[in-house]
Design a binder for this molecule. Structure first.
Ligand SMILES: NC(=O)c1ccc[n+]([C@@H]2O[C@H](COP(=O)([O-])OP(=O)(O)OC[C@H]3O[C@@H](n4cnc5c(N)ncnc54)[C@H](O)[C@@H]3O)[C@@H](O)[C@H]2O)c1
Length: 401
């Protein structure tokens, strides 16, 4: 797959950088509690690996992390943050590394490719604390995320095997971006548990990134009904990360939606559910969301970095997560209650509290406060479709790889 090197305009990148600088500064300076770093795989070194770093999302995300993450390191701390860039496309990964390595921030870098003679993916992964995975094919016009399943399930299964072989699964966080997220998180979970017989609580540290849905919901609502306090509205989005499985909870912003009539509100919901199609269509065969996705992922990686640096003890965010562990027991407080409200689905995007040992409590109460449209129209369709997506993931034959 040949990806034109940095095929995005300088202006877009500049805007992306500016917005993310402010975001990282804001997130980084909240809740600092002067704790020493803990739970890092290697003392004083926090390692973030990006698998698929040469792609559209991978390059933009690498730039954001290289230019922003050091703001999270406390003054006089000896901690170094290391970005490990991996892709099967050696040419682009070498170019990306050379380019990023001229940027004047104290974030160290390494570049790795399959069969690079320097340890390949093992060297990329060993001692990682956070692994972000945007590897795999993006959509072309007319494709749904599910159409990507077969090819991306194989790619992600191979990467999961490498993670199982190279990483400390009692510590590492795996953040999956590749689509279809609804089915690939079950693929990774199943592969770690049934294929590798791993029982190190990794299910609590495997999260599908759905944050772009929240970013879109906030942006689209603000376009129609700007808040007058100069801040973007927060709109939780739950369920899954594909079409009708995406459930934006606009009722949580009752004041901002109070002036909208029903067709306007339905259009807004549909725009969040199918917002990805706008980009796929506009790029006309040259990929899907990359810059906005990198921004959404940067916010999530920032949360985890803050946590592992000891700047916060926990945070709450919405991600698509497993609800059962390797023994089919609830992964944490709130899992049982949530499952009883969602037809016993084993994976769902829901607000959850995360600590350095992983997802610690599921905050399912949001489901008790949905309005009747969300509860009686959106959630039933979401559950029906999500069930199929989850089953495809769980039924994916690991031996096919
Ligand atoms: N979660 C979300 O909200 C969200 C949003 C947008 C896109 N995506 C998904 O993210 C994925 C990546 O999108 P993109 O636009 O960056 O695609 P891209 O084609 O630009 O980049 C994908 C990269 O993955 C690499 N790759 C392929 N197989 C690999 C392997 N085995 N190991 C390592 N790297 C490998 C490719 O060489 C390429 O550099 C797609 O599946 C897309 O659908 C998810």
């Amino acid at each position: 797959m040949n990806i034109p090197f940095f095929n995005i305009t300088s202006l877009s990148l500049l805007l992306l950088l500016l917005s993310s600088s402010l975001l990282v500064l804001h997130l980084g300076r909240n809740n600092i509690n002067n704790q020493m770093p803990h739970l890092l795989s290697s003392p004083s070194n926090l390692k973030v690996a990006i698998l698929g770093a040469a792609g559209g999302i991978g390059q933009s995300l690498s730039l954001l992390l290289k230019t922003q993450l050091h703001y999270l390191i406390q003054a006089n701390s000896p901690t170094n943050i290391h970005l490990s860039l991996y892709d099967i496309n050696k040419e682009v990964i070498d170019g990306l590394y050379a380019d990023l390595s001229h940027i004047d921030t104290p974030i160290s870098l390494s570049a790795h490719a399959a069969n690079d003679g320097k340890g390949g993916i093992h060297a990329a992964l060993v001692d990682s604390d956070i692994i972000v995975i945007p590897a795999g094919m993006p959509r072309k016009p007319g494709m749904t995320r599910d159409d990507l399943f077969n090819i991306n399930a194989k790619i992600i299964s191979q990467l999961t095997d490498s993670i199982a072989e190279s990483c400390d699964l009692s510590k590492v966080f795996i953040l999956l971006i590749s689509n279809p997220v609804n089915s690939l998180v079950p693929v990774v979970c199943n592969r770690l548990i049934s294929h590798h017989k791993i029982d190190k609580g990794i299910e609590k540290r495997l999260l599908g990134i759905t944050n772009l849905d929240l970013v879109r919901a906030s942006t689209f609502l603000n376009e129609l009904s700007p808040s007058n306090n100069g801040r973007m509205p927060y709109v939780p989005v739950i369920g899954g990360h594909s079409g009708d499985t995406i459930v934006p909870v606009f009722s949580s912003q009752s004041q901002l939606i109070s002036t909208m009539d029903e067709p306007q509100l339905k259009h807004l919901i549909s725009r969040v559910q199918y917002g990805g199609d706008e980009i796929v269509k506009a790029k006309n065969g040259k990929g899907s969301a990359t810059l906005s996705m990198a921004h959404a992922a940067c916010k999530i990686v920032t949360n985890f970095t803050n946590l592992l640096l000891g700047n916060v003890n926990s945070f709450e965010s919405i991600n698509y997560i497993p609800l059962l562990d390797h023994q089919n027991q609830p992964i944490c407080k709130g899992s049982n209650e949530l499952m009883s409200m969602i037809d016993n689905l084993q994976f769902f995007a829901i607000p959850a509290t995360v600590t350095s040992s992983g997802v610690n409590e599921i905050n399912y109460d949001i489901l008790n406060h949905l309005n009747s449209y969300e509860k009686n129209e959106l959630i039933p369709i979401c559950l029906m479709k999500l069930k199929k997506n989850i089953n495809s993931g769980l039924e994916f034959n690991v031996e096919e790889v």
